[in-house]
Write a protein that binds this ligand. Structure first.
Ligand code: HEC
Length: 128
């Protein structure tokens, strides 16, 4: 009687251990998956860009080469919006994302060197 009840208790114990272990493993996997999918693959690019000093003059000419067709020669807007208050509405990371992601067609995604992106940002900051 004693033996059978103690083995039943052991079974119960090992079952709850098993459930605990499985729960921990599931939580660990979920945590990993969430971290993996929520990390922004552009973070490294953005951090690199924010670390650089941009040149307003170079940004100005980059803007004239790539952006005026849609945003206008004075950035007052054509197909794309007026960009004169954009740096007070969006932070630098959001602006970088806007330029490199192509999330809002017809604005294309630009493959642009961090230094050039930094120059463009400096230029956009002069528009306020
Ligand atoms: C083919 C047209 C086109 C070109 C070229 C273009 N854009 Fe745009 N851009 C747009 C449109 C359209 C939007 C508005 C998207 C939306 O609906 O949110 C936009 C939005 C933006 C915004 C966000 C504005 C806001 O108010 O939220 C920024 C910043 C921007 N563009 C910067 C640039 C820069 C910098 C370049 C050049 C490297 C560029 N764009 C080139 C069409 C263009």
């Amino acid at each position: 009687m004693t033996t059978s009840s103690s083995s039943a208790a052991e079974k119960k114990f090992s079952l709850s251990m098993l459930i605990t272990v499985i729960t921990i493993v599931i939580i660990a996997i979920l945590t990993f998956v969430i971290i993996f999918f929520s990390r922004n693959p552009n973070n490294e690019y953005i951090l690199k860009t924010l670390d650089l000093n941009g040149s307003i003059e170079k940004g100005d000419s980059l803007f004239k080469m790539n952006c005026v067709g849609c945003h206008g020669i004075t950035a007052r807007g054509l197909v794309g919006p007026d960009l004169h208050t954009v740096t007070s509405r969006l932070n630098d990371s959001e602006i970088i994302n806007q330029v490199i992601e192509g999330l809002t067609p017809p604005m294309p995604s630009f493959e642009i060197e961090p230094q050039n992106m930094s120059d463009l940002l400096s230029y956009l900051h002069t528009l306020n």
